[in-house]
Design a protein around this ligand. Structure first.
Ligand code: ADP
Length: 255
Protein backbone atom coordinates (compact mmCIF):
# COMPACT_ATOMS: atom_id res chain seq x y z
CA UNK A 1 0.00 0.00 0.00
CA UNK A 2 1.29 3.47 -0.91
CA UNK A 3 2.41 5.59 1.99
CA UNK A 4 0.20 8.47 3.15
CA UNK A 5 3.11 10.70 4.09
CA UNK A 6 6.73 10.59 3.04
CA UNK A 7 9.60 12.55 4.55
CA UNK A 8 12.57 12.59 2.20
CA UNK A 9 16.04 13.63 3.39
CA UNK A 10 14.70 16.52 5.43
CA UNK A 11 16.95 18.94 7.30
CA UNK A 12 15.88 21.79 9.54
CA UNK A 13 17.62 24.32 11.77
CA UNK A 14 16.24 27.29 13.70
CA UNK A 15 19.64 29.02 13.66
CA UNK A 16 23.00 27.62 12.52
CA UNK A 17 22.74 24.43 14.63
CA UNK A 18 21.00 21.62 12.72
CA UNK A 19 17.95 20.28 14.61
CA UNK A 20 17.02 17.59 12.06
CA UNK A 21 19.38 16.08 9.53
CA UNK A 22 18.94 13.66 6.62
CA UNK A 23 15.61 12.51 8.01
CA UNK A 24 13.60 10.10 5.90
CA UNK A 25 10.53 8.13 6.92
CA UNK A 26 7.24 6.84 5.57
CA UNK A 27 3.85 6.84 7.28
CA UNK A 28 1.12 4.45 6.18
CA UNK A 29 -2.62 4.15 6.78
CA UNK A 30 -3.93 2.02 9.64
CA UNK A 31 -0.84 2.39 11.82
CA UNK A 32 -0.15 3.91 15.22
CA UNK A 33 3.39 5.30 15.19
CA UNK A 34 5.40 6.41 18.20
CA UNK A 35 8.25 8.93 18.13
CA UNK A 36 10.62 8.69 21.08
CA UNK A 37 13.94 10.25 21.97
CA UNK A 38 15.59 12.48 24.54
CA UNK A 39 14.76 16.16 25.07
CA UNK A 40 15.93 18.31 22.20
CA UNK A 41 16.18 15.39 19.74
CA UNK A 42 13.93 17.19 17.26
CA UNK A 43 10.63 15.34 17.84
CA UNK A 44 8.40 18.44 18.06
CA UNK A 45 10.19 19.95 15.08
CA UNK A 46 9.40 16.82 13.07
CA UNK A 47 5.69 17.12 13.94
CA UNK A 48 5.64 20.81 13.00
CA UNK A 49 7.20 19.93 9.63
CA UNK A 50 4.64 17.16 9.04
CA UNK A 51 1.87 19.65 9.84
CA UNK A 52 3.40 22.21 7.43
CA UNK A 53 3.78 24.66 10.31
CA UNK A 54 7.49 24.68 9.43
CA UNK A 55 8.97 24.24 5.94
CA UNK A 56 12.02 21.99 5.45
CA UNK A 57 15.21 23.79 4.49
CA UNK A 58 16.39 20.67 2.70
CA UNK A 59 14.50 17.63 1.48
CA UNK A 60 10.81 17.21 0.81
CA UNK A 61 7.59 16.08 2.49
CA UNK A 62 4.71 14.51 0.58
CA UNK A 63 1.09 13.83 1.44
CA UNK A 64 -0.45 11.24 -0.88
CA UNK A 65 2.51 11.75 -3.26
CA UNK A 66 1.85 15.51 -3.54
CA UNK A 67 4.26 18.02 -1.98
CA UNK A 68 2.86 19.22 1.34
CA UNK A 69 3.42 22.83 0.26
CA UNK A 70 0.97 22.43 -2.65
CA UNK A 71 -2.04 22.03 -0.31
CA UNK A 72 -4.08 24.99 0.93
CA UNK A 73 -4.27 25.38 4.71
CA UNK A 74 -7.94 24.42 4.65
CA UNK A 75 -7.26 21.28 2.61
CA UNK A 76 -4.48 20.32 5.01
CA UNK A 77 -6.77 20.84 8.01
CA UNK A 78 -9.19 18.36 6.44
CA UNK A 79 -6.40 15.77 6.20
CA UNK A 80 -4.21 16.37 9.27
CA UNK A 81 -5.16 17.19 12.87
CA UNK A 82 -2.45 18.26 15.28
CA UNK A 83 -2.40 18.13 19.06
CA UNK A 84 0.47 20.49 19.89
CA UNK A 85 2.49 20.32 23.09
CA UNK A 86 1.38 23.81 24.06
CA UNK A 87 -1.90 25.34 22.95
CA UNK A 88 -3.10 28.90 23.30
CA UNK A 89 -6.22 28.97 25.38
CA UNK A 90 -8.48 31.83 24.39
CA UNK A 91 -11.44 32.64 26.66
CA UNK A 92 -13.50 29.87 25.09
CA UNK A 93 -15.71 27.29 26.66
CA UNK A 94 -14.75 23.66 26.19
CA UNK A 95 -17.54 23.18 23.65
CA UNK A 96 -16.46 26.24 21.63
CA UNK A 97 -12.86 25.02 21.65
CA UNK A 98 -13.83 21.54 20.44
CA UNK A 99 -16.04 23.07 17.74
CA UNK A 100 -12.92 24.82 16.39
CA UNK A 101 -12.01 21.37 15.08
CA UNK A 102 -14.99 21.65 12.72
CA UNK A 103 -14.02 25.05 11.17
CA UNK A 104 -12.18 23.49 8.18
CA UNK A 105 -15.54 22.01 7.16
CA UNK A 106 -17.79 25.04 7.12
CA UNK A 107 -17.63 28.14 4.95
CA UNK A 108 -15.60 31.13 6.12
CA UNK A 109 -17.45 33.04 8.84
CA UNK A 110 -20.12 30.35 8.71
CA UNK A 111 -21.70 28.77 11.75
CA UNK A 112 -21.37 25.20 12.94
CA UNK A 113 -24.28 23.01 11.83
CA UNK A 114 -26.24 20.59 14.01
CA UNK A 115 -24.04 17.85 12.53
CA UNK A 116 -20.86 19.74 13.57
CA UNK A 117 -22.27 20.02 17.09
CA UNK A 118 -23.09 16.31 17.14
CA UNK A 119 -19.53 15.43 16.04
CA UNK A 120 -18.06 17.77 18.69
CA UNK A 121 -20.30 16.20 21.37
CA UNK A 122 -19.15 12.74 20.33
CA UNK A 123 -15.47 13.81 20.50
CA UNK A 124 -16.02 15.28 24.00
CA UNK A 125 -17.63 12.01 25.05
CA UNK A 126 -14.62 10.04 23.77
CA UNK A 127 -12.13 12.03 25.84
CA UNK A 128 -14.36 12.35 28.92
CA UNK A 129 -14.86 16.11 28.83
CA UNK A 130 -18.63 16.31 28.17
CA UNK A 131 -19.28 17.31 31.78
CA UNK A 132 -16.94 20.30 31.28
CA UNK A 133 -18.67 21.56 28.09
CA UNK A 134 -19.75 24.93 29.52
CA UNK A 135 -16.58 25.60 31.54
CA UNK A 136 -13.86 27.99 30.34
CA UNK A 137 -10.82 26.13 29.01
CA UNK A 138 -8.55 28.60 30.81
CA UNK A 139 -9.98 27.43 34.14
CA UNK A 140 -9.30 23.71 33.71
CA UNK A 141 -6.46 21.56 35.01
CA UNK A 142 -3.57 20.67 32.70
CA UNK A 143 -4.88 17.16 32.12
CA UNK A 144 -8.45 18.33 31.45
CA UNK A 145 -7.14 20.85 28.91
CA UNK A 146 -5.09 18.17 27.24
CA UNK A 147 -8.25 16.07 26.83
CA UNK A 148 -10.07 19.09 25.36
CA UNK A 149 -7.28 19.59 22.82
CA UNK A 150 -7.53 15.90 21.99
CA UNK A 151 -11.32 16.20 21.56
CA UNK A 152 -10.79 19.14 19.18
CA UNK A 153 -8.44 16.97 17.08
CA UNK A 154 -10.91 14.06 17.08
CA UNK A 155 -13.71 16.46 16.07
CA UNK A 156 -11.65 17.33 12.99
CA UNK A 157 -12.28 13.73 11.84
CA UNK A 158 -9.04 13.59 9.84
CA UNK A 159 -7.37 10.40 8.66
CA UNK A 160 -4.01 11.68 9.96
CA UNK A 161 -3.47 12.62 13.61
CA UNK A 162 -0.20 14.12 14.87
CA UNK A 163 0.13 14.37 18.65
CA UNK A 164 2.94 15.96 20.62
CA UNK A 165 3.10 14.33 24.05
CA UNK A 166 -0.68 13.81 24.28
CA UNK A 167 -0.45 11.89 27.56
CA UNK A 168 2.01 14.03 29.54
CA UNK A 169 -0.49 15.63 31.94
CA UNK A 170 -2.92 12.73 32.07
CA UNK A 171 -3.58 10.34 34.94
CA UNK A 172 -2.98 6.64 34.32
CA UNK A 173 -6.58 5.90 33.34
CA UNK A 174 -6.61 8.67 30.73
CA UNK A 175 -3.11 7.84 29.45
CA UNK A 176 -4.30 4.33 28.66
CA UNK A 177 -7.66 5.54 27.35
CA UNK A 178 -5.96 7.99 25.00
CA UNK A 179 -3.59 5.33 23.66
CA UNK A 180 -6.53 2.93 23.18
CA UNK A 181 -8.43 5.63 21.27
CA UNK A 182 -5.44 6.22 19.00
CA UNK A 183 -5.01 2.50 18.48
CA UNK A 184 -8.73 2.18 17.64
CA UNK A 185 -8.49 5.09 15.18
CA UNK A 186 -5.53 3.44 13.48
CA UNK A 187 -7.37 0.11 13.31
CA UNK A 188 -10.16 1.97 11.50
CA UNK A 189 -7.60 3.13 8.91
CA UNK A 190 -6.13 6.34 10.33
CA UNK A 191 -2.44 7.24 10.50
CA UNK A 192 -1.64 8.24 14.10
CA UNK A 193 1.78 9.55 15.08
CA UNK A 194 2.44 10.49 18.69
CA UNK A 195 5.54 11.78 20.42
CA UNK A 196 5.56 9.78 23.64
CA UNK A 197 7.87 10.22 26.59
CA UNK A 198 6.54 7.15 28.29
CA UNK A 199 8.42 4.36 26.53
CA UNK A 200 6.16 1.75 28.13
CA UNK A 201 3.07 3.30 26.55
CA UNK A 202 4.87 3.36 23.20
CA UNK A 203 5.97 -0.27 23.66
CA UNK A 204 2.47 -1.37 24.67
CA UNK A 205 0.38 0.44 22.06
CA UNK A 206 2.41 1.49 19.00
CA UNK A 207 2.68 -0.63 15.88
CA UNK A 208 5.94 1.00 14.86
CA UNK A 209 8.39 3.32 16.60
CA UNK A 210 10.90 5.94 15.41
CA UNK A 211 13.82 6.77 17.70
CA UNK A 212 15.31 10.22 17.24
CA UNK A 213 18.59 11.31 18.74
CA UNK A 214 20.31 14.63 18.04
CA UNK A 215 18.21 15.23 14.97
CA UNK A 216 18.82 11.85 13.38
CA UNK A 217 16.66 8.78 13.09
CA UNK A 218 18.81 6.19 14.84
CA UNK A 219 16.35 3.30 14.77
CA UNK A 220 12.87 2.42 13.53
CA UNK A 221 10.79 -0.73 13.71
CA UNK A 222 8.27 -2.67 15.76
CA UNK A 223 8.57 -2.15 19.54
CA UNK A 224 10.29 -5.50 20.11
CA UNK A 225 13.08 -4.52 17.69
CA UNK A 226 13.42 -0.94 18.89
CA UNK A 227 13.16 -1.16 22.67
CA UNK A 228 16.28 -3.21 23.23
CA UNK A 229 18.75 -2.34 26.02
CA UNK A 230 21.29 -1.36 23.32
CA UNK A 231 19.02 1.17 21.58
CA UNK A 232 17.79 2.62 24.89
CA UNK A 233 21.35 3.04 26.09
CA UNK A 234 22.36 4.74 22.85
CA UNK A 235 19.37 7.11 22.76
CA UNK A 236 18.84 7.83 26.46
CA UNK A 237 22.24 6.98 28.01
CA UNK A 238 20.71 4.71 30.63
CA UNK A 239 21.17 0.99 30.95
CA UNK A 240 18.11 -1.16 31.44
CA UNK A 241 17.56 -4.91 31.66
CA UNK A 242 15.78 -6.82 28.90
CA UNK A 243 12.23 -7.28 30.22
CA UNK A 244 8.94 -8.21 28.64
CA UNK A 245 5.33 -7.98 29.70
CA UNK A 246 4.17 -11.29 31.19
CA UNK A 247 0.87 -11.21 29.27
CA UNK A 248 1.52 -9.39 25.98
CA UNK A 249 5.21 -10.22 25.55
CA UNK A 250 5.86 -6.61 24.54
CA UNK A 251 9.01 -4.90 25.88
CA UNK A 252 8.88 -3.33 29.34
CA UNK A 253 11.34 -0.55 30.10
CA UNK A 254 12.30 -0.21 33.76
CA UNK A 255 15.50 0.98 35.48
P1 ADP B 1 12.14 17.59 21.23
O1 ADP B 1 10.70 17.72 20.85
O2 ADP B 1 12.75 16.29 20.79
O3 ADP B 1 12.42 17.86 22.68
P2 ADP B 1 12.46 20.02 19.67
O4 ADP B 1 12.12 19.69 18.25
O5 ADP B 1 11.46 20.75 20.48
O6 ADP B 1 12.96 18.69 20.41
O7 ADP B 1 13.78 20.89 19.70
C1 ADP B 1 14.98 20.49 19.05
C2 ADP B 1 16.03 21.57 19.26
O8 ADP B 1 15.61 22.76 18.61
C3 ADP B 1 16.25 21.94 20.70
O9 ADP B 1 17.64 22.11 20.90
C4 ADP B 1 15.51 23.23 20.88
O10 ADP B 1 16.12 24.05 21.84
C5 ADP B 1 15.60 23.85 19.50
N1 ADP B 1 14.41 24.67 19.20
C6 ADP B 1 13.12 24.25 19.21
N2 ADP B 1 12.28 25.25 18.86
C7 ADP B 1 13.07 26.34 18.65
C8 ADP B 1 12.79 27.68 18.23
N3 ADP B 1 11.54 28.10 17.99
N4 ADP B 1 13.85 28.52 18.11
C9 ADP B 1 15.11 28.09 18.33
N5 ADP B 1 15.44 26.84 18.69
C10 ADP B 1 14.43 25.96 18.86
Amino acid sequence: MAERMRVEAVAYSYDETPVLQELSLDLHSAKFYGVVGPNGAGKSTLLKLLNAYLIPQQGRIFLDSRPLGSYSLQDLAREIAMVPQHSHYFPFTVEEMVLLGRTPFYARLGQPSAEDKRIAAEAMELTDVSHLARRLVSELSGGERQRVTLARAFAQRTKILLLDEPTTHLDLEHQIKTCRLLKARSEEGATCLAVLHDLNLAAAFCDYVFVLEQGRLIREGVPAEVFTPEVIEKAFRVSVPRLSHPVTGRPVIAP
